[in-house]
Design a protein around this ligand. Structure first.
Ligand code: NAD
Ligand code: IPM
Ligand code: MN
Length: 369
């Protein structure tokens, strides 16, 4: 059996708490013959800044380039609010995404039937929801230059961020979205603001061209991003795949998370291109949520988004669809049995903490044999 090189980057806040649970699951999959892993661990975010003065060291970057897949917990927190912009915790995550060219960020929002009550929307609007947000992750306003704050002569200040997209960046993310749609319900909504932004004009044009020349069998609709946000909370089940830029994708995926019950439920995969020589696809898997400083250190965090991210690694990096299905079934199983962390708790359910949820998922994996 092939040994998969996993790099664990727990990060800050609840990152190490949810990572501890995923480690148990990795151990279980290994000891039960589903996969063989060799594991490295390193620092990212504020934890790395405290140790090395940078939010990710060159050494950790080298490990990231060497890994078959990276699992990341979360970065950030108020402790680092005053550090320099270039060394803030989030810059470590952005360097990983940019340097590894992880341009395709898949954020599936699935509402488990047992959790429909935990959503902020009514049960009939969200039950059975299965939306995939495909977010462009290495371009747009996150990385565009100039990005500056300057002092003006009159004592005012001027801040500039720059949204840049080149057509190749839009083409490759559109292809990922159309290809994934073919494995699902064959429908893509592309969202931008072509009524205000030049990048929106190019986005819409390039997505239409890729559609026309390679994917005319897939149903394509264009929606303005503000309207798409509205439609997501009005009637979320109309969507199959949503493809969008870096910033709109960030916002829409947090909205989609609440439809499923909690930000603590949403996993993600950040993928690069398949490399010509090795045939390998660089990949980082992380929950959509952040370091959650308000609950960090209390053992309250929901580890499902992190464990689900391992499931995505099984599927997209290791070709272990069976292990991924088993993990998804175990998550659905514990939710059906009523186990709930605080973020998804409702009356009459069994309240558990982070480790309680991890242990329940392990027990469920064990039962399924
Ligand atoms: P957040 O996602 O950390 O938290 C938002 C809310 O959701 C909080 O009330 C939190 O308690 C709750 N929440 C998040 N994850 C949860 C979980 N697993 N279980 C239960 N509740 C959960 O967003 P924020 O508070 O806006 O940001 C905090 C810090 O995290 C910031 O520094 C931000 O930059 C960073 N951040 C990092 C990532 C990442 O590492 N990928 C993502 C988002 C935010
Ligand atoms: C996310 C986060 C990050 C982003 C931050 C921490 C840089 O919010 O992964 O959704 O904005 O992409
Ligand atoms: Mn975000």
């Amino acid at each position: 059996m092939a040994t998969h090189k996993l790099l664990l980057l727990p990060g800050d806040g609840i990152g190490p708490e949810v990572m501890a649970e995923v480690k148990k699951v990795v151990g279980w999959l290994d000891s039960h013959g589903f996969a063989s892993f060799s594991i490295e661990e390193d620092l990212v975010g504020g934890a790395a800044y405290d140790e090395n003065g940078v939010p990710i060291s060159d050494d950790a970057m080298a490990k990231a380039f060497d890994a078959d897949a990276i699992l990341l917990g979360a970065v950030g927190g108020p402790k680092w609010n005053t550090v320099g912009f270039d060394v803030r915790p989030e810059a470590g995550l952005l360097r990983l995404r940019k340097d590894l060219q992880l341009f395709a960020n898949l954020r599936p929002a699935v509402c488990y039937p047992a959790l429909a009550e935990a959503s902020s929307l009514k049960r009939d609007l969200v039950e059975g929801l299965d939306v995939l947000i495909v977010r462009e992750l290495t371009g747009g306003v996150y990385f565009g230059e100039p990005k500056t704050i300057t002092d003006l002569l009159d004592g005012q200040k001027r801040a500039v961020d720059t949204q840049v997209y080149e057509s190749y960046e839009i083409e490759r993310i559109a292809r990922v979205a159309f290809e994934l749609a073919r494995t699902r319900s064959n429908r893509v909504v592309s969202t931008e603001k072509h009524n205000v932004m030049k990048t929106g004009v190019l986005w819409k044009q390039v997505v239409s061209e890729v559609h026309g020349s390679e994917f005319s069998d897939v149903q394509l609709e264009h929606q303005l991003a503000d309207s798409c946000g509205m439609q997501l909370v009005r009637n979320p089940k109309q969507f199959d795949v949503i493809v969008t830029d870096n910033l709109f994708g960030d916002i829409l995926s947090d909205v989609a998370a609440m439809l499923t019950g909690s930000l603590g439920m949403l996993p993600s995969a950040s993928l690069g291109s398949v490399e010509e020589i090795s045939g390998r696809r660089r990949a980082l898997y992380e929950p959509v949520h952040g370091a959650a400083p308000d609950i960090a250190g209390k053992g309250l965090a929901n580890p499902i988004a992190m464990i689900g991210s391992l499931g995505m690694a099984m599927r997209y990096s290791f070709g272990l669809g069976e292990a991924a299905d088993k993990l998804d079934a175990a998550i659905a199983g514990v939710l059906a049995q009523g186990y709930r962390t605080a973020d998804i708790y409702s009356d009459g359910m069994t309240r558990v903490g982070t480790t309680g949820m991890g242990d329940a998922i392990l027990a469920e994996l064990g039962k399924a044999g």
